[in-house]
Design a protein around this ligand. Structure first.
Ligand SMILES: [Zn+2]
Length: 265
């Protein structure tokens, strides 16, 4: 508090200024009021700092909500693709050939066991491959066809080594058998791929970070003049995608089992 006459610093309870010796009797109520107002003003937090803080937090929220949509799916480079081909195509191929050698040559079991292994084994590889992140179906499907053909020809090669029969099919019947067997392997892998992408879609939906692309926005505007929110429409489409994926997976499973086992049923 300052003396209203000489501006020198005075104690709030002082009734006389130490410096100019003047009496505060008349001005004391006013001085008290000013002191109270100054105290109030000092207690008001600095709003500019808060405004800046709010803006920074808003930016963080915005960045966090946009990040999954704007960040592209991690695309594996050539090394990553090669590792995926090795891990998800070559490994099941080697396992299938090992199962073939074990079942037909080492243990001399019914070939039915081999067919069952061929239907069951590729599926988890397809699942894990497509569960990891979004991938293009077609190149992998071609890879799977190659895997299936390599498996069947490899198995034939192993048989040929043990009993001297020709590696390549010798007639229409043998060709048909080879193609059916390869199809059973390919469809098993395909089933895994589909189930894996269904799992990936529902998982990303559960996290709520499914990007709402321009197509979804456009559809929501086209349908009902935008009264259907893009979020809601996206949920519908996702459900549809899940149902379709599951249904197709069921179909490919049946094809895989049928082609693999029909000669035994
Ligand atoms: Zn004074």
């Amino acid at each position: 508090m300052n003396c209203p006459y000489c501006q020198s610093e005075v104690h709030p309870d002082a009734v006389v200024c130490k410096t100019c010796q003047r009496d505060f009797y008349l001005v004391k109520p006013m001085m008290d009021k000013i002191a109270a107002l100054e105290k109030q003003l000092a207690e008001v937090p600095d709003t500019s700092a808060q405004v800046a803080r709010i803006a920074a937090l808003e930016l963080q929220v915005q960045q966090a909500s946009e990040a999954p949509a704007t960040q592209p799916q991690p695309q594996p480079g050539l090394g990553g693709a090669l590792a995926d081909v090795l891990g998800y195509l070559v490994v099941p191929l080697v396992l299938l050939l090992a199962a073939h050698a074990a079942i037909t040559i080492v243990f001399d079991l019914n070939i039915l066991y081999l067919r069952v292994v061929s239907i069951v084994l590729p599926m988890p590889f397809g699942f894990l491959l497509f569960r990891k992140h979004a991938r293009r179906m077609l190149p992998w499907f071609l890879g799977v066809v190659a895997l299936a053909l390599a498996s069947v020809i490899g198995m034939s090669g192993i048989t040929s080594l043990s009993d001297g029969t020709p590696v390549m099919p010798q007639n229409n019947f043998e060709w048909k058998e080879v193609i059916e067997y390869a199809a059973s392997i390919a469809f098993s892998f395909l089933t895994g791929m589909l189930l894996g992408s269904v799992a990936l879609v529902s998982d990303s939906g559960a996290r709520g970070d499914q990007p709402k692309g321009p197509v979804v926005r456009m559809l929501s505007i086209m349908i009902d003049d935008g009264k259907v929110s893009p979020e809601k429409l996206h949920a519908h489409l996702k459900k549809l995608q899940e149902y379709t994926g599951t249904l197709v997976a069921l179909g490919t499973t049946i094809v895989s089992i049928y082609t693999g086992l029909k000669n035994f049923l």
